[in-house]
Design a protein around this ligand. Sequence first.
Ligand SMILES: Nc1ncnc2c1ncn2[C@@H]1O[C@H](COP(=O)(O)OP(=O)(O)OP(=O)(O)O)[C@@H](O)[C@H]1O
Ligand SMILES: [Mg+2]
Length: 449
Amino acid sequence: MSEKKPSILVIEDDPGLQKQIKWSLDQYEVLTAATREEAISQLRRQEPAVVLLDLGLPPDPDGATEGLAALEQILSLAPNTKVIVITGNQDRSNAVKAIGMGAFDFFLKPFDADVLAIIVGRAFHVYDLEVDNLRLRSAHSSPLEGLITNDGAMLNICRMIEKVAPSNATVLLLGESGTGKEVLARAVHGLSPRADKRFVAINCAAIPENLLESELFGYEKGAFTGASKTTPGKIEVANQGTLFLDEIGDLPLPLQAKLLRFLQERVIERLGGRTEIPVDVRVVCATHQDLPNMISDGRFREDLYYRLTEITIAIPPLRERHGDAVLLAQAFLERHAKEQNRNLKGFTPEALKALDLHSWPGNVREMENLIKRAVIMSDGPMVNADDLGLKLKTRDEEPLNLRQVRDEAERQAVIRALARTGDNVAQASELLGISRPTLYDLMSKLGLK
Ligand SMILES: Nc1ncnc2c1ncn2[C@@H]1O[C@H](COP(=O)(O)OP(=O)(O)OP(=O)(O)O)[C@@H](O)[C@H]1O
Ligand SMILES: [Mg+2]
């Protein structure tokens, strides 16, 4: 199948120049117009990516007001169009004015085919990048609230959360720092019948051991010096809702025993209190630690572990989620650019590559912080690799047999190429340097789509 040539609209009233331009741009589908009206009707019909506009359009070849009016109209009808204005040497101020109004670039007469080819080529390139960026943005799938992913393993986790949420089962979330443990814990709560009750989070690693017990279980007035009034603990506060025990691996052994008792009996006693208070909570825990390892070292109770692992969900690190890095980066760029009122259109190809190759030890949290900073640092309109401050380095490869290595490499390359191009098979195959039919074959061999 032959690709349709990209189209460019040339608005030029001088038939000689029009012909010259047309001839020099033969790799494009060249549309022509000699007046503003013609130009606008072509624009509406053909939606060209790039427009070449002579500012000296009649009726006022010197004042350029007709040309500038055409520019304004084009940009209001099709703001993404890249307009290159043509102007005479004596008329530079109008060229500058046109750029100020949003023209992409200008081209000075006399006609020079090489210069024109460069400017036009660049305009198409930028246009394509912007279109890609837009497409990627609209491709966000949002399987759970606040969670962005297109990765198969993550999508399975989302489905699992949807299934598990309505039950009362205790859920243990395992994952490196920044992988989204809290996002998923909140999703468990949000999709449960307890959603309109409280979600109470406590970080066992952030609270000193001597305070953690009273934080969790509460205390009666006079239970210890400084206990000036009776205060319920987090468990009690979460009654009827969800209790999120973050960094459960950091819970000291004596409190592990006490928590286990609560999970078995479902009653608590405040410090210094004598009455048993029944509490109905759904428990979700999270840790980045290796609990079985801690059990064999005697640092975590095995019986508590089995209580907590009714459902265990292991969240993969970002570097193992195919195509998610670019997807998340796009989403965070959009979010933070909006928040900070910055008109940033997307990432340069080098920046996308750097995002894709980085190993993300801090996972999604690292990504978000990085993009936030880049949005502040970038001069725009595209965020480049320098703004991100990422050095291009490749990730470690696991040693496998050669065929496995090859298959996995192919799979990842295909998934990334598709993610980077917003699932555009034509562009992805170009990126991969293979034909489209070959890419389709590869996709079906790898079981994609
Ligand atoms: N898949 C995702 N899509 C969008 N945002 C995400 C995703 N995963 C995480 N985030 C965001 O990244 C940040 C870190 O997520 P979260 O706090 O849930 O991670 P965590 O695993 O609890 O990290 P830590 O171990 O450091 O506490 C949050 O701002 C969260 O909103
Ligand atoms: Mg957390």
